[in-house]
Write a protein that binds this ligand. Sequence first.
Ligand SMILES: Cc1cc2nc3c(=O)[nH]c(=O)nc-3n(C[C@H](O)[C@H](O)[C@H](O)COP(=O)(O)OP(=O)(O)OC[C@H]3O[C@@H](n4cnc5c(N)ncnc54)[C@H](O)[C@@H]3O)c2cc1C
Length: 451
Amino acid sequence: MTGDSVTLIGAGLAGSLLGILLARRSHPVRIFERLPDLRHEQISAGRSINLALAARGIRALELANVMDAVRPLLIPMPGRILHDPEGHQTFIPYGQRPEEVIYSVSRPGLNRVLLDAAEAAGVELHFRQSLLTANFADRHMALIDESNGIQQRVPMRKVIGADGAGSVLRRAFVSQLGIPCSEDLLEHGYKELTLPAGPDGRHQFDPNALHIWPRGGFMLIALPNTDGSFTVTLFLAYQGEISFATLTAPDRVDAFFAQYFPDVGALMPSLAQEFLEHPTGVMGTVRCSQWSAGADMLLIGDAAHAITPFHGQGMNCALEDCVTLDRLFDSAGNWSEALAHFDRARRPDTDAIATMAIENYLEMRDTVRAPRFQLQKALSLELERRYPDRFVPRYSMVMFRDDIPYSVALSRGRIQAEILDDLTADAATLADIDYARATELIVRQLAPLPV
Ligand SMILES: Cc1cc2nc3c(=O)[nH]c(=O)nc-3n(C[C@H](O)[C@H](O)[C@H](O)COP(=O)(O)OP(=O)(O)OC[C@H]3O[C@@H](n4cnc5c(N)ncnc54)[C@H](O)[C@@H]3O)c2cc1C
């Protein structure tokens, strides 16, 4: 399977990582990327400025041997800090072992590391080259050089589309081959803002946490950056009484933040200006019934299965795609078998994380505030202490375990949610829990996990 040239579309997170892995397998690899080279030009690397990196993403970066260069970019976040409307803060740990943390990482910083490693591995990087269309009948793609408008035709042979949620390659594939595929856009959008460092250059809130201001129908979150700032993201409906549609003037934006997020709004001097200047991002879920066309083409990452950002897993899942594919290149007999197997085997997991991401939106913006939610979180950790091989909180399975597929996390998570509901039906604190019943329910319903 080695030797054949491979063309990748998109040098984002998945494209650049897969380029490294393929080049190591002695494939000549070239990547066409629409944007300029972000290592030399100051550009936004795409959607969010920083991201939560977790176990699945870390394993992929380790496989590519780039973790030494990534580590200085990371800020550990062992839990979330909830901010109530009065400004009180409550820390809720994500896990219970020292290694159970997620990390805030700069998207452009991570992308730079991956591009450097790809180049060092021999990958040819072609920037400002946009895929315009792909023709599955004559097996050619048309690309345009964004700097001079010159177009070129490239054969569609061993092409992997890593061109993100709005993938041009996916849209051509779906429309020309009649592949069932849905793009469900959320009725909520997002806006990124900056909470600058304080006068002493330090973070103005605890940097070792993901901050959340849950307000029911909407929420604000903040992830720390290494320069002392936070990237603050507002998730809000497009339309309605409290929505982006009503926040159209500086005084309205200031009043909105003063009412709902006074502790953070007061620390953002450019709030209204940024709010009105920055784009409102769209979020959605892409579900396609097929990602490959024989040995010629495969979609990976967001191009194949974009999800909403509420579990902080889109990038982690896209990087895990590369690990899965790399393994299949070892185990499958040939290239097209590897692609076909990836296409079939990975979908239950990507469907599962898409579902969990949507469920997490409700949790983050609303249920996280409820005392019952907090009791169930504490009970989950207690049950994990008592039955570590059987009861692992769903959040931990998704974020801290790279050996438990998303589909297993979803199905076991459903059973665990029922157990938690049962055990907390009449409980106000952990002291009220009937642990004999917990043992009975857990042993009966949850088979041991691999240790
Ligand atoms: C607000 C928000 C917050 C998020 N937070 C997290 C988080 O905390 N943790 C997490 O794991 N995930 C998060 N995600 C998801 C994450 O951003 C994506 O899942 C991840 O970027 C997918 O990687 P990718 O390489 O598949 O696509 P992308 O990162 O989108 O890369 C696609 C690349 O293709 C290029 N491209 C696009 N079109 C063309 C074309 N026609 N021709 C050539 N090149 C093209 C683009 O310029 C880009 O470089 C978040 C997403 C959003 C919107």
